[in-house]
Design a protein around this ligand. Structure first.
Ligand code: SDX
Length: 436
């Protein structure tokens, strides 16, 4: 980040007093410049105001760049479209964490490191028994991930790079195991131990669906599709859950607590919970004949209904991940002989109608990453309430990379926003006998 040209400033003037202040403009390597407002309160006695942070940069980062107007997404400079075709998830994890694509030797070493941390402390298995079988698996994820701090005390000191290295490895490696266990627990099936001869995506599908009574072979087409979906969801700049992880981490909370806070935030239907909400919405719409009725509901200001899987805070043209997800949906359904899956047809018709509707076009509402993922997961036999769990598995590397970047940033301090107070001015206590 640099303030290359001193003349590059914004002048802030208080029109009541005539005072003016020069605010530095900082420039990154690509994307919008930022106006440095860090001194505004000290100099002017005023806070800035930006609920929802629509115009606020919360940090400096080298990890992921999004251009919402061009529909571009890059991890460490590499376009998502290229990574989705040429890379795999563990290589993408290496890239997000270390900033460069690994050599063949580095990739092998990193994959071994992840593989050898996929098992859970055996006592964690009994932790699941505390949940009802019909618990939402996201509730289980929040609980079990947060509780990892109770098992892995040797990697909770965030000031120690070795602890951060081990905790980061454990988080990335163990999420598929924790997630698969949540699914198995809900099905009354025994937990399946990870295998060291499978890739990350293969291992996840194996732990989800294998049957201890017979040989189970992971379908390579589904494994490749799962691997690509994991890549697409791995990181996404300062989205709500990543910002939650950074804020939790800024207080010095241990890494497991930070990731658990990210999982909690991701669960919301406006964020990662949207993939589950899309499937529920498609099932509620039911048939192509009802699409117009639901489009009208989505446009009706009085109706809280929104077209789930549509719209994005940043993408105002198209979500490049949605394009790849749509292609993957066709691939998976073809592989499984489900091309005529009614929900896929319904989704495609809904997308077509919405993209031609003035309301959606004028508000730049396009399908986002969540619109097609649920259709793929459902075709794979993954229940709807597990969809956001898969998002959390994939996004853990992004949370971990951003968390490490924040901890290693010498300028980082505890996040503590202020407010515009609109409550009561000071007033004296009234004894209960004197109240009206
Ligand atoms: C993810 O931030 C990230 O990067 C997130 C994510 C990631 O990888 O981390 O990309 C993952 O969360 C994707 C988004 C998944 N959520 C959904 O699909 C839920 C449905 N979408 C919306 O709730 C909404 O579009 C958001 C939350 C995604 C974005 O909301 P914004 O940017 O705050 O925009 P907004 O709510 O102010 O909406 C702008 C206008 C409003 O109308 P007006 O008040 O201006 O008249 O568009 C309307 C909204 O009513 N609108 C929609 C709509 N989304 C926005 N109307 C109908 N259907 C929708 N889906």
């Amino acid at each position: 980040m640099s303030n290359k040209d001193n003349a590059r400033t914004f002048t802030l003037t208080n029109n009541e007093t005539g005072e003016s202040w020069e605010l530095p403009v900082l420039e990154g390597s690509v994307g919008p410049r930022v106006i440095d407002v860090r001194r505004i309160y000290a100099d002017t006695g005023h806070f800035t105001y930006d609920p929802g942070f629509t115009s606020t940069g919360s940090c400096q980062s080298d990890i992921t760049y999004i251009d919402g107007d061009k529909g571009e997404l890059m991890y460490r400079g590499y376009p998502i479209e290229q990574l989705a075709v040429h890379s795999d998830y563990t290589e993408t994890c290496y890239l997000l964490i270390y900033g460069e694509l690994p050599t063949a030797e580095e990739k092998t070493k990193f994959e071994q490191r992840i593989t050898y941390h996929t098992m859970l402390h055996e006592q964690i298995h009994s932790f699941y028994d505390g949940f009802r079988r019909d618990s939402h698996p996201m509730a289980i994820m929040v609980g079990v991930v947060g509780a990892l701090a109770a098992f892995y005390h040797d990697s909770t000191d965030i000031t120690d790079p070795k602890h951060r290295f081990v905790a980061s490895t454990r988080m990335i490696a163990k999420m598929p195991t924790i997630a698969a266990n949540a699914f198995r627990y809900s099905q009354g099936m025994p937990f399946v131990y990870p295998r060291n001869d499978l890739t990350y995506a293969e291992n996840f599908l194996y732990m989800m669906f294998s049957n201890p009574c017979e040989e189970y072979k992971v379908n390579p087409v589904l494994a490749r599709a799962m691997d690509r979906i994991l890549i697409l969801h791995a990181d996404h700049e300062q989205n709500a859950s990543t910002s939650t992880v950074r804020l939790a981490g800024s207080s010095g909370a241990n890494p497991f607590a930070c990731i658990s806070s990210g999982i909690s935030c991701l669960w919301g239907p406006a964020h990662g919970g949207a993939n589950e909400a899309v499937l529920n919405m498609l099932e509620e719409i039911g048939s192509i004949d009802h699409i117009d009725e639901y489009i009208a509901k989505a446009k009706d200001k009085e109706d809280p209904f929104r077209l789930m899987g549509f719209g994005h805070r940043v993408y105002k043209n198209f979500d490049p991940r949605a394009t790849i997800m749509r292609e993957t949906a066709h691939e998976v359904l073809k592989e499984l002989g489900l091309e005529d899956e009614p929900l896929l047809k319904l989704a495609m018709k809904l997308e077509k109608i919405a993209l031609e509707d003035e309301y959606f076009v004028s508000k730049k509402l396009y399908p986002n990453v969540d619109f097609y993922s649920g259709i793929i997961y459902r075709a794979m036999g993954i229940p709807t309430d597990m969809f956001t769990v898969l998002f959390a598995v994939a996004r853990t590397v992004g949370w971990v990379a951003q968390w490490n970047e924040m901890i290693e940033d010498p300028s980082q301090k505890i996040g503590r926003p202020r407010q515009l107070f609109t409550g009561s001015a000071t007033r004296d206590y009234v004894q209960i006998k004197d109240r009206g």
